[in-house]
Design a protein around this ligand. Structure first.
Ligand SMILES: Nc1ncnc2c1ncn2[C@@H]1O[C@H](COP(=O)(O)OP(=O)(O)OP(=O)(O)O)[C@@H](O)[C@H]1O
Ligand SMILES: [Mg+2]
Length: 328
């Protein structure tokens, strides 16, 4: 099936008096139909630039983009009706109600007003829809923004940092909303730097750093590619941890001591830990792999930002086996 969204080699250079900045440096992304896709990256990594370029709001310096199989920006008018987006947080008129706001937006967009109660239901604002927007919480304003993007029944919904500024309750509501939309068949692309949320909401992710994709895939795949390789080791009670740690360090292990256990960061072959220690008459009582979460992966990948000007995606070279494991 044609992906809903394809970006390859996207470049955007901002020029200012201070010089030239490559906001996007050959960026790639693919979003398959029916997914909730997380677009993750640290501040300034190029997320908003990507989304604005995609929507024809700024002009790229190179690369290709396609939405629903049509090249954009050339064919944007043909697909624009199927894309709902909130990129800059929209400003609503505080004295209007949500219902009036959406009715006016429906008129302006040539959408039948019958969609208004439907989208209000979808985002859970029906009960408060006759109240003025200035009485709404931030979370409700965010939901009104989503409602406005849903008016034209888009196939693809693009949201830039929808959880920004929301408290945990608001984030949970947003998460449920994203799930419901996805269950109804919509493809959702959402940018965020809230990693835990992406891990919970999204089926797949693209991680961007310094204008380049550093990894992508299903959340499970991305996590699997980056299993921390670390193991937690506990020893029989009464054994001197420091002694055992020293023994392992001499054998090349990267050991971090904790209170009543230690971790070995580069344990590609955990059996070697038991072997080295057993040779000294020390026995392991627990050996647990430390699983990576998306936050670990994110920090690992974006902490080692790609080198500007080098013409390759970092994920093509760094994932498989580049880590220097111990005991291979
Ligand atoms: N209009 C502009 N003029 C000059 N530089 C810009 C402009 N807009 C963005 N940039 C620069 O481009 C880079 C990418 O910015 P962008 O806003 O796309 O990042 P982001 O990933 O959305 O960050 P955030 O998480 O903070 O929203 C940054 O270095 C930013 O300073
Ligand atoms: Mg941004």
């Amino acid at each position: 099936m044609t992906p809903v969204l394809e970006i390859s080699g996207l470049r955007k250079t901002y020029r200012s008096r201070k010089g030239v900045r490559n906001a996007l440096d050959g960026f790639d992304m693919v979003v398959e139909a029916g997914q909730v896709h997380g677009f993750l990256g640290p501040n300034g990594s190029g997320k908003t630039t990507t989304l604005r370029t995609l929507l024809g709001l700024i002009k790229p310096n190179g690369g290709r983009m396609a939405i629903l199989g049509r090249e954009v920006p050339q064919h944007l008018p043909e697909v624009a009706g199927q894309v709902g987006a909130i990129v800059e947080s929209p400003q609503f008129f505080g004295n209007f109600s949500a219902e009036l706001t959406l009715s006016l937006l429906a008129d302006a967009g040539g959408v039948n007003r019958s969609r208004v109660p439907a989208v209000l239901d979808q985002v859970g604002l029906r009960d408060r829809s006759k109240e003025r927007v200035k009485t709404y919480s931030l979370g409700m304003k965010q939901r009104l923004a989503v409602a406005s993007a849903l008016l034209k029944e888009p196939k693809l919904l693009i949201l830039d940092e929808p959880a920004n500024g929301l408290d945990p309750g608001g984030i949970r509501e947003m998460r449920t909303l994203m799930r419901d939309l996805s269950d109804s068949g919509m493809t959702v692309l959402l940018s965020s730097h809230i990693l835990g949320e992406i891990q919970l909401i999204c089926d797949s992710v693209t991680i961007i750093s310094a204008g380049r994709r550093v990894t992508s895939g299903s959340v499970a795949e991305v996590l699997a590619q980056h299993t921390s390789g670390a193991v937690r080791v506990r020893l029989e009670t009464g054994v001197d941890l420091l002694d055992a740690a020293t023994t392992l360090r001499e054998a090349g292990a990267q050991v971090t001591l904790e209170n009543d256990y230690f971790t070995v960061a580069n344990a590609t072959n955990p059996a070697l830990i038991t072997k080295v220690l057993a040779q000294r008459g020390v026995y392991v009582s627990e050996l647990t792999p430390v699983s990576a979460d998306l936050e670990d992966v994110f920090l690992e990948l974006t902490g080692t930002a790609p080198v500007a000007g080098q013409n390759r995606q970092v994920d093509e070279s760094s994932i498989s086996g580049a880590k220097n494991g111990w005991g291979q």
